[in-house]
Every structure is written in C-alpha cells, then in structure tokens.
Design a protein around this ligand. Structure first.
Ligand code: IPD
Ligand code: CA
Ligand code: CA
Length: 249
C-alpha cells in the first residue's frame, strides 16, 4: 500500500476512537495558558499515531502536541501531529474536531492528512499532487473577499493577543460577507482548501495546528503566509493567513 493510504487508514481508526469516546471517562486536565485543556483521548490518539507511524517509517521523527519531547525539525521525515485539533469542541461534544497529521521531508511540507470523523471527511495532500477530500480533487474558491466568508481563530491560549485578534476580525467583518469561528484551525484550513470560505487567519498557531492544513490549502491552489507575508515556519509558533489567493489579507 502507498504511504498516504496507510496513514489514511491509521487516521481513520483514530477517528473511530473519537466518535466512540466515553464522555464519562473524559478525564480533562488543565494545561498552561487560558482555557487550555487536554483529555485522555488526546493522549490516547497521539500514542497510537506515534506508534503506528513509527512502524510505518522507522527512520521518521515525531512531533506531537501532547508530548514533552519535541523532535527537531530538520533533515529526513518528521511527522507533526495534532491528535485532536478542537479539544474544547471535543470536551463540549460540539462535533467540530479533527485529527491532523503533517509530514515534512527535509524541512519541506510533503504530506498532509486531516480527518473530520463527525462528517467522515478525509482531506489529503501530497506535495505537487493536488488536494483531495474523500479522494475527490478540491480547489479553493475564486471569490473576492467582499463575496467571501472569513474564518478566524482567537488564539485562545494567549490572552495578550485577544484585542488584536478581535480588531482584525472586526476589520474583516466590514470587508467580507460574514465571519465564522469553528474552534479547529485544521478544519478552517480544510474549508479554505475546499472553497467553502475565502480567508482564514489566526495570530498565533503551533506547527501541529497547520502543518497538514497549510499543504492542503496550497495544493488546492490557495496561499498560506504569516502576517508579514513570509512562509510559515515549522519549528516554532507563527501567525497564519490562508486565502484562496484572490482575497487579499
Ligand atoms: C486549537 C484550535 C483552535 C485555535 C487554537 C488551537 P487545540 O487547537 O485549532 O481553533 O483557535 O489556536 O490551539 O488546542 O484544540 O488542539
Ligand atoms: Ca490544535
Ligand atoms: Ca490538540
């Protein structure tokens, strides 16, 4: 089986774990930052992904949100994984969370898989080969900002960014049809890639929030940059502005 297909199967199995989660057993622990929590399922899914991806590519390294050990991003294959993107939604049973598996090869985005188990939508991309949802090719929209929807993240764990985030959101509210805030950056990026929205921004995200999604957007014909118009980095947090390449950030 091809590498991408194998990863898709592993991720799909993890999606089943999220769907079958016993909400009573949902042990929630606070992490550093404002309203930042982790559940036993974040850890469980990450452990499975780490073990299975290692079996698949023994030489690869692994960076996951829920581990203290963060392998360096450099040469070779490095997985950058968010076991549950949208943990607050998961805790609230809001049905808008995803598993995100990105892979860099020699420091460059090479593969992205994002799975929304609630809608059974599997987004995939390989560098240079386009982006897909459930194996159907996807493409960003061709609408300008004024005919578009803007998605944004509030950088909830960094209170110092709140005012600037909401100022920006207010600015885009005036320039677009409307705003949405889903609670999952990975799913927001997939929405841009699938042509369901025109612009997504968040002032600080961690590499596991966007490693897979940035590639999926680019392979769907979109543009992903930081607030300064630079390429996103994968060894530290950065801002993310993703568009359909028509809407101006
Ligand atoms: C969060 C979600 C959210 C975004 C936060 C992320 P988590 O990830 O993607 O939409 O606004 O900045 O940290 O904590 O649910 O994995
Ligand atoms: Ca996340
Ligand atoms: Ca997470």
């Amino acid at each position: 089986m091809e590498l991408l297909d194998e990863i898709v199967e592993i991720v799909r199995e993890c999606g089943e774990i999220i769907l079958q989660a016993d909400r009573n057993e949902n042990v929630v622990t606070a992490k550093e930052g404002h309203a930042n929590f982790v559940t036993v399922y974040d850890k469980k899914v990450q452990d499975i992904l780490e073990r299975r991806l290692k079996e698949l590519l023994p030489e690869s390294r692994f960076v996951g949100e829920e581990s203290n050990r963060k392998d360096a991003v450099g040469e070779g294959d490095v997985f950058i994984v968010d076991p549950i993107d949208g943990t607050t939604n998961f805790i609230k049973d809001y049905h808008a969370s995803a598993i995100s598996v990105g892979m860099l090869r020699d420091g460059v985005p090479f593969l992205g898989v994002i799975y929304n188990p609630y809608l059974d939508e599997m987004y995939t991309a390989l560098a240079g080969e386009g982006a897909f949802c459930n194996q159907k090719k996807i493409c960003v929209s061709d609408k300008p900002l004024e005919k578009g929807i803007v998605l944004f993240g509030t950088s909830p764990y960094y209170e110092e960014l709140s005012h600037r985030s909401f100022d920006k959101a207010y600015e885009y509210f005036g320039k677009s049809m409307d705003l949405r805030r889903s609670g999952s950056a990975a799913l927001d990026l997939c929405a841009i890639a699938a042509g369901r929205a025109e612009l997504f921004f968040e002032l600080r995200l961690q590499p596991w929030d966007y490693a897979a999604g940035a590639l999926i957007v680019k392979e769907a014909g979109g543009r992903v940059v930081t607030e300064d118009g630079e390429e996103p980095v994968y060894d530290r947090p950065c801002s993310i502005f993703a568009t359909n390449a028509v809407a101006e950030p």
